[in-house]
Design a protein around this ligand. Sequence first.
Ligand SMILES: Nc1ncnc2c1ncn2[C@@H]1O[C@H](COP(=O)(O)OP(=O)(O)O)[C@@H](O)[C@H]1O
Ligand SMILES: [Mg+2]
Length: 245
Amino acid sequence: MIASVSTVAYLGLEARAVEVQCNLVAGLPKFAVVGLPDKAVAESRERVRAAVAAIGLALPPKHIILNLSPADLPKEGSHFDLPIALALLGAMGVVDAEALSGHVVVGELGLDGRIAPSPGVLLAALHAAETGKGLICPAAQGPEAAWAGSVEVIAAPDLIGLLNHLKGSQLLPAPAAGEVEAPGHGPDLRQVKGQETAKRALEIAAAGGHNLLMSGPPGAGKSLLASCLPGILPPLDAAEALGIM
Ligand SMILES: Nc1ncnc2c1ncn2[C@@H]1O[C@H](COP(=O)(O)OP(=O)(O)O)[C@@H](O)[C@H]1O
Ligand SMILES: [Mg+2]
C-alpha cells in the first residue's frame, strides 16, 4: 500500500510543496529514503525507526521505500522526520492516510517519539493557508503557526499524542497565536535637542507614510533622527508584522 503525506521544502524564504510517499514491498528488510535528501534527511531514518519503536510498534520486515517528490528539488532540514514517520505509519495501516491528506506536516522527531521544533514553521503554515490545508507541527511552535490565521493547526507534543488526536480518542487543544515581543524602539525623539524642522518632517513622514531624505554634514544628527523614527510609528498589526518578518 502506498501512503503519501504533504510537507514542504524551504528555499530561502519560500516553502515549496513536497510529497512524502511510502511504499512497502516484499523483499529483504531495508529502509531507504530517496529523492535528493541531504544528510539530516537521510539520517531521519534512524530517528523515525527509534520513534516508531518508542510507541511500541515494530517496523514491518519488508523493503520500505520513502520517496520525497519532486525528486529533483533538494531537501534540507530535520522537519522531514514527522512526515516520513506518518507516511510510514500510513503505509503500515496504523494511521488513516486519507485523514492526513488535508494537512501539511513538519516536525523533527526525538528517539523517544517526542516532536521537537524545527525552523520555518510559519512559512509552512503560510503555505498551508495558501493551499487550503491544515498544519501538523511541534507543540512548541503551535503559537507561531497560529499567526498564519485561517489555518487549522494541530500542535502535537509527541507521536503518540498525535496518533490519538488523529484517531479522535484524545483531542489536542488548538493553539492560540503567541505573544509578539515588543521590539526595542531605539532612542526617543525627546532626546533630540533643537532641530524643530527636522523633527516636524519626521512626524509628518511617520503619520503619512512618506519617504524621507536627510542631508547635512557629518555629526548633524541624521542617524540619530532616523533611529527615532520607529518610536513614533504606530504599532504593527499582525499582517504587517508577518510582512516584514
Ligand atoms: N539635535 C541633537 N540632539 C542630541 N544629540 C545630537 C543631536 N544632533 C546630533 N547629536 C549627537 O551627535 C552625534 C552624531 O550624530 P549622528 O546622528 O551620528 O550624525 P550624522 O548621522 O548626521 O553624521 C550622535 O551621538 C548624536 O546623538
Ligand atoms: Mg550617520
